[in-house]
Design a protein around this ligand. Structure first.
Ligand SMILES: Cc1cc2nc3c(=O)[nH]c(=O)nc-3n(C[C@H](O)[C@H](O)[C@H](O)COP(=O)(O)O)c2cc1C
Length: 375
């Protein structure tokens, strides 16, 4: 019998699959349904201390590409395939006082599941640094087993919040330090992919005692413009602001960020996020060295909390371990990080023998013009 359990930042998970901080984890009923469906853990929708009012109209839409053509649009239509989610949703619009009794109840009802609280405050002044500590005390007293710092929300106007913190190693360092001063549970830090070198922010986090990095949050993005109306496909009174792209489109980009992280810090712990909807994608993150993975978009599209997604993840990992039993693999630890050393500099990639070299271009290769002989 395959053992899917794992230990991540000292916490035992019955399986390494978590719901990421997003609408699937915005309420008590969603979280309890998620646990009943089989998720090993959940990260709550991010909790903050400032009042939150979302935009008028939809907060999230899904971008689809026509199966038989090049059209990319958010309009709902048949014969199209999911490319990405796009959202400009803010953090939880429920205050800390709303969350605390619910976190307590969930913990009591599901002692074997892992409940992680995502929290966010600012880093620009002492009041905001106190806010981090108020949030930590509140959620850890309610019983959560870990805390995830949201240093990655891509649509913050404040320069000292969300992704604006995650882009700045100094602000990452300050936020992590004030949280670690009062945290009695492991602290995961969710970094933004929208920075020049994510390794610099990760270094600052680990130096201040952060226990793990989660990556990626959504990538900064805009909705397409509608060729008929000339308006953005999501807008309020014609206006839009930068939002976040998630789902299949970000899978390769998130992998690239994760490869940078696991190579720079091979002995540290990482939670992989971005474009996961089946075990095949989760496996890519595990092979790069991640100890858990998180899912948002795919779960949103599957009965709000992903009952079919988690079933496929569990079945997929069970089958994978079965297929590799002859190698002696019985758990995630046996294959975690197996390919983390295989991302190298361009100069480290093998070159063909000169006889078979055509300037890097195959004559009939898709997307290349046929070479014209010079006269
Ligand atoms: C509608 C929506 C809301 C989100 N809200 C949060 C949030 O409050 N806090 C957070 O850390 N990440 C948030 N995220 C980011 C997700 O947790 C996740 O990092 C991202 O969507 C990439 O994963 P995916 O490709 O599985 O969607 C949100 C994502 C979506 C789509």
């Amino acid at each position: 019998m395959a053992d899917l359990s794992t230990v991540f930042t000292g916490i035992r998970f019955e399986n390494p699959f978590l719901l990421a901080s997003a609408p699937p984890t915005e309420s008590e009923s969603n979280i309890t349904r998620a646990f009943d469906a089989g998720w090993g853990g959940v990260v709550t929708k991010t909790i903050g201390l400032h009042p939150v009012v979302n935009v008028r109209g939809p907060k999230t839409k899904f971008l689809r590409v026509d199966n038989a053509g090049p059209r990319i649009s958010m309009s709902k239509r048949p014969d199209s395939t999911l490319l990405a989610s796009w959202n400009w949703e803010l953090i939880s619009d429920k205050p800390l006082d709303w969350w605390i009794p619910r976190l307590e109840r969930i913990r009591k009802a599901y002692p074997d599941k892992v409940l992680v609280a995502s929290i966010m405050a600012g880093s620009g002044d002492d009041r905001e640094l106190d806010n981090w500590q108020t949030l930590v005390r509140g959620v850890q007293d309610a019983g959560v087993q870990a805390i995830e710092l949201n240093l990655s929300c891509p649509h913050m106007d404040r320069v000292d919040m969300g992704a604006n913190v995650g882009k700045d190693p100094v602000l990452c360092s300050i936020s992590t330090r004030v949280v670690k001063e009062v945290a009695r549970v492991p602290v995961w830090v969710k970094l933004t992919p929208a920075s020049a070198d994510i390794v610099e922010e990760a270094e600052a986090v680990f130096r201040m005692g952060g226990d793990a990095i989660s990556s990626s949050n959504t990538f900064p993005a805009l909705p397409p413009l509608d060729p008929a109306t000339l308006d953005f496909e999501i807008n309020v009174d014609g206006y839009v602001s930068s939002g976040g792209l998630g789902g299949p489109a970000i899978f390769p980009q998130s992998l690239a960020k994760m490869a940078q992280l696991t190579q720079a810090f091979p002995d540290r712990e990482f939670s992989g996020i971005g474009g996961i909807s089946s075990f095949d994608q989760a496996l890519s993150y595990f092979l790069l060295g991640c100890g858990t993975v998180q899912v948002a978009t795919a779960a949103m599209l599957d009965h709000a909390i992903g009952p079919n997604v988690i079933r496929e993840l569990i079945d997929g990992m069970t089958a994978f371990l079965g297929r590799n039993a002859h190698r002696g693999w019985t758990s995630l630890e046996d294959f975690r990080g197996l390919r983390h050393g295989n991302v190298v500099a361009q100069s480290g990639i093998g070159r063909p023998d000169s006889a078979g070299y055509h300037g890097g271009r195959e004559d009939e290769g898709e997307g290349y013009a046929v070479a014209v002989e010079a006269r």
